[in-house]
Ligand binder design. Structure first.
Ligand code: NAP
Length: 283
């Protein structure tokens, strides 16, 4: 069985290592975090592995997972290249969605194979994520040989792996921002507007629940074009302009967002089939 060392073992590291250990996919070896206490907590959650306090204590391993926060990946790779110079080059991968494997360049320059593997799941809590993981799409990017080596390791715990190109990763990750991160932002703007236009605050939770549930149900049933409604989708340019002006007076940034999103909504409606509720051709 291949051995795995882990540098950074928080939400993602704990979840993946727990699954790999439970399925006996790799042998979890040494685990390094920012403190002995958190490393020990990680090995306890995984049910395997040896907590270490510094890079120089880590034994040789076939695979090294660098699951530190994105802003720490390059520095970790640099520190590994220095501290592990005495070990035979192995394979390292990180788990970022936005960064590609060139972030591990200091290791690549020392002869290591490098890759990245981004699982599209919100790892809010490792205990929950291990239950949710099966079927998670996982974008793998890196050298061909490294990607080929990594793919079965993720597939063995139920990931649905697909290939990602390095120069597309920023756009790919921006998609996830559109799909999830902007939703609370839009909701927050809507609730501020409702408050400022006189909707009783006690009704806001009900409005939030009803409209979100309705939108998600429609999206899941009909897809984005089929679920689209509203003035831009109907081609009501006059109302779009009046609303954009009113929102811009209320808040200039929200006004710009309203105009940009209305333009995207019009495009989506134009692309929708004629019998779809979003189509401007529908009576
Ligand atoms: N969270 C998600 O939903 C998600 C989803 C997909 C991909 N990712 C990616 O997965 C990676 C890890 O994210 P995460 O959410 O698991 O982060 P996290 O929960 O914050 O865990 C980060 C881990 O790195 C350790 N760490 C930080 N700096 C370190 C250093 N210099 N040396 C060694 N260990 C260090 C932390 O130590 P302590 O435990 O001592 O704090 C912690 O164990 C990121 O690249 C992220 O973009 C995250």
């Amino acid at each position: 069985m291949q051995t795995l060392n882990i540098i950074g073992c928080g939400r993602v590291g704990k979840t993946l290592a727990h699954l790999w250990h439970a399925r006996q996919v790799v042998q979890i070896q040494d685990v390094l975090t920012t403190s002995p206490a958190s490393a020990a907590q990680a090995t306890a959650f995984i049910g395997a592995g040896h907590a270490v306090h510094k890079l120089s204590q880590m034994r040789p391993a076939d695979l090294w997972m660098v699951a530190v926060p994105d802003r720490q990946i390059a520095a970790s790779a640099g520190a590994m290249a220095q501290a592990l110079a005495g070990l035979a080059p192995a394979m390292a991968f990180h788990c970022s969605g936005a960064l590609d494997s060139s972030t591990l360049a200091p290791l690549h320059e020392c002869g290591w194979q490098v890759a990245s593997a981004h699982c599209i799941l919100s790892f809010a809590s490792p205990a929950t994520a291990v239950q949710q993981f099966a079927g998670t799409p996982c974008g793998i990017e890196g050298e061909t040989a490294a990607s080929a080596r990594l793919q079965p390791v993720f597939a063995a715990i139920g990931a649905r792996c697909f290939a990602l190109e390095a120069d597309k990763k920023v756009l790919y990750h921006a998609a996830a921002v559109f799909a999830t991160n902007f939703l609370p932002v839009l909701q927050s703007v809507a609730e501020d507007l409702w408050r400022d236009s006189g909707v009783p605050p006690e009704l806001l939770p009900q409005l939030r629940a009803a409209l979100l549930r309705n939108a998600v149900d429609n999206l899941l049933a009909l897809g984005p074009a089929g679920a689209l409604t509203g003035p831009a989708a109907r081609g009501d340019t006059d109302l779009v302009n009046r609303q954009a002006q009113a929102v811009a007076q209320w808040n200039a940034t929200a006004g710009n967002a309203y105009r940009a999103l209305s333009e995207l909504a019009s495009r989506l409606a134009r692309a929708a089939p004629a019998d779809s509720p979003a189509s401007p051709l529908k009576p």
